[in-house]
Ligand binder design. Sequence first.
Ligand SMILES: [Zn+2]
Length: 533
Amino acid sequence: MAWSLLLRGGTVVDGTGAPGRTADVAIEGDRIAAVGPRLAGEAARTIDAGGKVVAPGFIDAHSHSDLFYFGVPSAESKVRQGVTTEVVGMCSFSQAPLRADQREVIQGWAGGIGANLDLRWETFAQYLDALRAVRPSVNVAHFVGHGALRIAAMGFEARPASRDDLRAMEKLLGEALEAGAFGFSSGLVYAPSAYSDTPELVALARSMAKRGGLYFSHVRGESSMLLDSLAEAVRIGEEGGVGVQVSHVKASGRENWPRIDDALGLIEAARRRGVDVTGDVYPYNAGSTKMDNLMPTWAHDGGIGKLIERLADRATRRRIVEECLVDGERWRTVSQGGIGFDQIFVASCRRRELEGLDLAQVARQSGRPPAETLMDLLLEERCTVGMVSFSQSLDIVAKVLAHPHLMIGSDSIPLFEGEGDRPGKPHPRTYGTFPKVLGEYARERRLFPLETAVHKMTGMPAARLGFQDRGVVRPGNAADVTVFDPATVKDEATYPDPHRYPTGIPYVIVNGAVVVDGGRFRAAGTGRVLTPA
Ligand SMILES: [Zn+2]
């Protein structure tokens, strides 16, 4: 037997959650050929995996790398974490479908963070072809964003969908599924997804039920509305007849932290009733999104251009302050709960000197009240500001991570200009999510066995997405493999210094190509656009 690659003597943690065992893994081309102790055979190359764990390549169940591949196809910051597959098109945002006359609207809406790219496609199929053409290092599984469907069908308007609007959205959703989307995602705190009602989402779910489409939900509120919002997501899955994934499960805002037990209980109760509901979580107590999402959803009616006009209008600003400012010192929205201005950090901004500062610091510099500073900044920067905000509890993060039906999703928003540059202060989850779960939560804190940690980032998301041949190390499966040192694997990225690769992950193999090789990175362009089985 002659294989292309042989991983000799590692501990195979196969992704199913089963205990690790010493075994060799043989790879031929882009497939795993054999798994077993002391395999007899020749290989063009042999890697000594002794003392290391040989696991399936990690699957990031929730990512915002959509545009990243077009600027940085190597996706080095992901692959170095052991990630070989990403799920994108999340939280209602996707870059297609895209009507030619709406290019600017889409760019202001979903393209405001990161490089300004020229979006040439219109249909979802054309978009996926463009993605294939840039040859990313990772496999990509795509969802279509509910916001993109809504904008294409009915513009950026704060109103319920008419019957015709709904037919148009169903048609676009059908085309996206046909092209290779796994389902649709909502972002019910983000305009224009937030302008929908439950029946609209149930109807869309129903229209894709026969095809096995999935509904990934950034729910309507993660603060005071958390329980009603989860109940809505469950209802959409139940009445729509589709599987539901609750994105980045959390309770936002200190006053809402006690709601997390009821929230997890609600998911368990739905599962006992037979509803196919799962979720994902990232291992940090800060979130990250565009800073204009600190504005109420009504202020987004019509798109970013209209939001900017409102930010320039005194009466509207007063109305926003009256609605969001609590006790003169905290800012409260449905997505974040109430948080102090010193807990809201500038992640990316054209004014580079502000990156890494919190809004209380920026306000002291400008000599203006923090609420006015926030709106001044959005206005001056035309809403192209990214933020990192601390609204969660680390104790709850651990509790959610340990929940048996929740998997790992980074929710990362990479900041980029091109290969090799490192702009801004992105959330450290962009560089550290997977090694943090393995090193900090499994090894140091013993929150769960290593096999469980690996399962949550391999076999569990693969089952959720319906991947037939990824997420488990077994013969016949795609050769996506991550080799890490269980004694040293560690995230190095911090909030002040986020652009740092993790340590302890010497080999990452994507479809048989060794992309991280003895700690060295070499882009191979072997990632594929995955489509539902
Ligand atoms: Zn989200």
